[in-house]
Write a protein that binds this ligand. Structure first.
Ligand SMILES: *Cc1c(COP(=O)(O)O)cnc(C)c1O
Length: 241
């Protein structure tokens, strides 16, 4: 997919076409595999995407945005439409929580007790309850963040006891090219924890540009799309988080 600059008049059409295609694909997968009243949210993943492009997508109705890097987000956030609702989806260092605690509505990438503890501490200090997802390393890949399935329940127990956190569910990045069984396994893990943690535990964040239809088939409630929506990202550092 080619990258198109915001300044080009074609860009808006390009975005609209992508958005229509994505909505169509999601609704097809839902119609085939999910029940009618299941909701699947669409998040625009905005790393390296210029604020004016992000705002054009918000105007189309994609008001849920995912940001990976704290520094980049802080440099863009004041330019974002007031309708944008931002989640942190990338690996988050404990010492950066203080910069985003009042700026985002959810942190999807909690994968350690240390990070959960810091979010809890700063949430309480700021008089808020932060929505969080626990990131699961479903493929047990050394290169990926996320808690291993073996340690998941221990971390969830600890997080569920923290008053500054509202445990909303799980997030995952399945290995590239993995089979459907992995998506299905993740869905099973999600459903078991959902039955334990109740109503509030309502989010399975799974599915990216290359696999979102598969993710919708296997119970995702939120897909995170960058490339499919905004086009190929320009150069970013090798560690694509
Ligand atoms: C970059 C990123 C995405 C979006 O990836 P695409 O393949 O471009 O859709 C989704 N989730 C996370 C955590 C990401 O870092």
């Amino acid at each position: 997919m080619e990258n198109v600059e915001a300044k080009q008049p074609d860009f808006y059409n390009y975005l609209v076409e992508n958005y229509k295609r994505i909505c169509y694909n999601i609704s097809e997968a839902k119609a085939k595999f999910r029940s009618d009243n299941d909701e699947v949210k669409l998040m625009g993943v905005t790393k390296t995407v210029a604020p004016e492009i992000v705002n054009a997508s918000v105007d189309l109705g994609i008001n849920l945005l995912g940001e990976n890097r704290v520094q980049e987000f802080l440099s863009k956030k004041d330019l974002y439409s007031k309708n944008a609702d931002v989640h942190i989806i990338g690996h988050l260092q404990t010492n950066k929580v203080k910069y985003i605690i009042n700026e985002v509505s959810m942190i999807q990438s909690v994968d350690s007790l240390k990070l959960a503890g810091e979010i809890n501490k700063l949430a309480l200090k700021n008089n808020l309850v932060m929505d969080v997802l626990c990131e699961v390393n479903i493929g047990d890949e050394a290169s990926k963040s996320g808690v291993s399935t073996l340690l998941l329940d221990e971390l969830l127990e600890q997080m569920s006891g923290m008053e500054g956190l509202r445990l909303r569910g799980l997030m995952t990045i399945p290995p590239v090219g993995c089979g459907e069984a992995v998506f299905d396994k993740m869905h099973g893990i999600y459903l078991e924890r959902k039955s334990k943690y109740g109503e509030c535990f309502d989010t399975l964040s799974m599915g990216m540009s290359g696999d979102y239809e598969l993710a919708v088939k296997h119970g995702s409630t939120l897909v995170r799309l960058g490339t499919a929506l905004y086009g190929a990202r320009k150069y970013i550092n090798t560690e694509e988080k």
